[in-house]
Design a protein around this ligand. Structure first.
Ligand code: AMP
Ligand code: ZN
Length: 462
């Protein structure tokens, strides 16, 4: 099969040719760890997990290296630790553990390396020293700044006119900047702020800017140039533009990564997610109501470059689909590998710029084909193997139902409460809320018995 990926740098879908097929290298910008990750943050994690699985199938697991960093030095982290009156280390450790558990529940493999910014200060200092030595950066008032006019190709990724970039960068135009576009590589730390010995002979201890963190960590773990760099579309400018400027100028290379991939944004019920508008949901809150696999399928139902509208209805639909698919596969073992033609078909569809909606359409078709076969049928094993390539149907039907029963066993009172809420919603003619509750319970294997007075009883599916 051929893998073709849309490259933000060229604005076209190009055949993927790794620099070294024995060492395929992927870097994705990871979380800034100060709070629970929201469902928008889950999008790049899930999307690049599918790409990682596909690359492992194509080149062999031993030949792919996936690096996703942890930003554990950032002013938002300092502010939150002070607010909660805990140490920065305790805050970042706690938040990272949440993130690790949430993403595992979404069926994502752990990257090969999850480097922490605070453990790569030496590499950041080394990069900054190089940039100053080569005339691409300068020291001003205990800061080190990247000199944008020193890089003629700056802006090649985002292709924005200069005035738009200036607005987009939203940088304070500090008086010591030689050019308003120049950005911070290193800044001084005040008493009580995290600080490290500064580079370039600056006496005050300081801390790195955000962009230099990713240039340093990708260099250390993947080298001066590598294959694929990913993240959300909001990172194209200024973050990725600045990463490119730093890495290319420090190493004198023509590229940092060959392919730049960006996922579209996630909207919640049609609106921008925003804490202040109360329109905000964390992965953890969703996992309290739904199995992670349901959220994963819902996420992959939209192509990663399109905006996704995250709705209760979409989640409910994914829950119903998985329930059906688990009924089809029962407890068979998956058949995986090149000899499974169903898996090859899914790989082909994913190979077209990770066309997960097309792959899911094909899984629906395979489910229909396998449905009426008996349990010993190879079709069921192949269907399961094909879904496994996307990190789906990794459990057996027995495990899936046991999870539903466990959810029920822990809290029958919660079911009664949800039924009461649903009856009230139906009375108020809020059918969408009522439907949501029915689907939520269905995902736990609870089937409601409705009559004209509302729900009076419930039972477990099968
Ligand atoms: P952050 O922790 O805000 O730097 O974000 C971590 C990752 O999540 C980045 O790749 C962002 O581009 C991505 N991201 C943040 N918000 C959303 C959203 N609403 N939809 C999709 N991706 C997002
Ligand atoms: Zn980054």
């Amino acid at each position: 099969m051929e893998l073709r990926l849309y490259n933000t740098l060229t604005r076209s879908k190009d055949p993927f040719r790794p620099l070294d097929p024995n060492h395929v290298r992927l870097y994705v910008c990871g979380p800034t760890v100060y709070d629970h990750a929201h469902i928008g943050n889950a999008r790049p994690v899930i999307v690049f997990d599918v790409l990682y699985r596909l690359l492992r199938r194509l080149y062999g697991a031993a030949h792919v290296r996936y690096v996703r960093n942890i930003t554990d030095v950032d002013d938002k982290i300092n502010a939150r630790a002070a607010e909660r009156n805990i140490s920065i280390r305790d805050l970042t450790e706690e938040t990272y553990a949440w993130f690790r558990d949430d993403t595992a529940a979404l069926g994502c493999l752990r990257p090969d390396v999850e480097p922490r910014a605070t453990e790569h200060i030496f590499e950041m200092q080394a990069l900054i020293e190089r940039l100053v030595a080569s005339g691409h950066a300068y020291v001003a008032e205990e800061h080190v700044l990247f000199s944008v006019p020193a890089m003629p190709e700056y802006g090649k990724l985002s292709r924005r006119p200069l005035d738009e970039m200036l607005n987009g960068a939203r940088v304070d135009v500090a008086p010591f900047k030689r050019d308003p576009m120049d950005f911070v590589l290193w800044k001084p730390s005040a008493e009580g702020q995290p600080g490290w010995p500064s580079p370039c002979g600056i006496e005050t201890p300081g801390r790195p800017g955000w962009h230099i963190e990713c240039s340093a960590m990708s260099w250390r773990h993947l080298g001066e140039t590598f294959d694929i760099h990913g993240g959300g579309i909001d990172l194209v400018f200024p973050h990725h533009e600045n990463e490119i400027a730093q890495s290319r100028c420090a190493f004198g290379t023509g590229t940092m990564a060959q392919v730049w991939m960006h996922n579209g944004f996630l909207l919640l019920e049609g609106e921008k997610m925003s804490k202040s508008l109360g329109n905000f949901v964390t992965i953890r809150e969703l996992l309290a109501d739904w199995p992670g696999e349901v959220l994963r399928l819902a996420m992959l139902s939209t192509h990663y470059r399109q905006p996704i509208n995250w709705t209760r209805q979409g989640i409910g639909f994914a829950a119903k689909t998985l329930d059906k698919w688990y009924r089809v596969i029962g407890d068979v073992e998956a058949e995986t590998g090149e000899d499974n033609p169903f898996e090859s078909e899914i790989a082909d569809r994913l190979g077209d710029d990770i066309n997960s909606p097309s792959a899911i359409t094909h899984l629906h078709h395979l489910a229909e084909v396998a449905e009426h076969e008996d349990a010993s049928s190879a079709l069921k094993r192949r269907f399961k193997g094909a879904a496994n390539l996307m990190g789906l149907l990794e459990e057996t039907e027995t495990q899936w139902r046991a999870r539903q029963r466990a959810a029920v066993a822990v809290d029958p009172e919660a079911i009664a409460e949800l039924i009461a809420q649903r009856n009230a919603a139906r009375k108020a003619r809020d059918f969408s809320a009522a439907d949501h509750i029915r689907e939520q319970l269905a995902a736990q294997g609870v089937v409601l018995m409705d009559n004209k007075d509302g729900t009076t009883s419930w039972e477990l599916a099968r």
